[in-house]
Design a protein around this ligand. Sequence first.
Ligand code: SF4
Length: 412
Amino acid sequence: MGRVLFGYTVVNLGCKVNRVEADGFERLLAERGGVPVGEAAADLIVVNTCTVTGEAEKKTRKAVRHALSTNDGARVVVTGCASELSSETFAAMDDRVVVVPKAGADLYLSELEMSGTAPCETPESFPASPADGRTRIGIKVQDGCDNACTYCIVHVARGRATSRPADEVVAEAVALAESGVREVVLTGINLGSYDDGGTDLTDLCRRLLTATADLHGAGEPPCRFRIGSIEPMDVTGEFVSLLAEAEGRICRHLHLPLQSGSSRVLREMARPYDAHEFRQLADFLRASVPSIALTTDIIVGFPGETDEDFEDTCALARHVGFSKIHVFPYSKREGTPAAARADQVPPEAKAARTARLRALSDELAAADRASRVGTVELALVETPETATAESYHEVPAPAGAKIGSLVPAKVG
Ligand code: SF4
């Protein structure tokens, strides 16, 4: 007896955590007999929404409208951060929209009555797991956040910090490594706060390294791990020691959200560190792990940000030598303390600072790359032509290298 065949599309917006959750929806729907198809042919469209910025929320609404207008028969399930905060807005868009709280989305999709184009046997090419055809797989190990940065609505949408049991995370990583995955990304909304009641992030990484050390073919490097993003205050001395000892099995690349290089602005953002502490952390990381690559997020035009504050941000970014800066022009998120402030930065000033910081990001990325030219890094082969080095720079894939494998590659 075959499963009911139906077509589905999962539209994902936002961060790495959303990506991992969307992979989970795809896996679940595939296990139920669904086949990924384009939106126009889908019986079910799932939109995993994002609310991190005004722009992200706009894209989210557009994605739902697009799903409704491209296909007038599909059910449209809307879940994720934006739908937690504005469920009525999405529900009012059409009778076919069902808003499902994120915490219940897996259950909802696994119990949803699906009848598709025709009942039939599962096709040979049935996608059994998102690992098929994907080179880098994320595992969500943590959700939610107990901080309350004054610009952020994500901690409201996601709720209090929770951590998945370490045993479960290790089992998932082992299964992925056994299936041939060579790079696993650990993700969470506030990953550094991971604590399953006895295991912190450093302990979890140690367990992951041990459990996957021997799950690879002769002559092949073992699977490696990449830390999705970690708040500066959560980087402990122990974690840095492990990063140094692990010899690349935990990628020597950290994404440390700086947000601003002005201590005054950081205080007003309620970030629990100042510019001096961030600088010290970056210096410590460079001294302990010399080949480390550092990337970051910076918000430009936070309320009250002056030209001088912005210059402090540029100076700190230069000092740290980020290899990539994700620049976010500040956008008001209703319900946050920063949105209520009267001293919003005029759009022209925000746009000019954004352009300058993006140019600086390009300059620093080129400088970081230039400092690595001629060195060899283990790189994950993503396409026949390209691979991603440990430092997260794109490098040419060696001729004939297998997609998904880890191979030594020269940074050019
Ligand atoms: S650390 Fe701050 S910005 Fe990040 S999710 Fe928590 S409250 Fe939001």
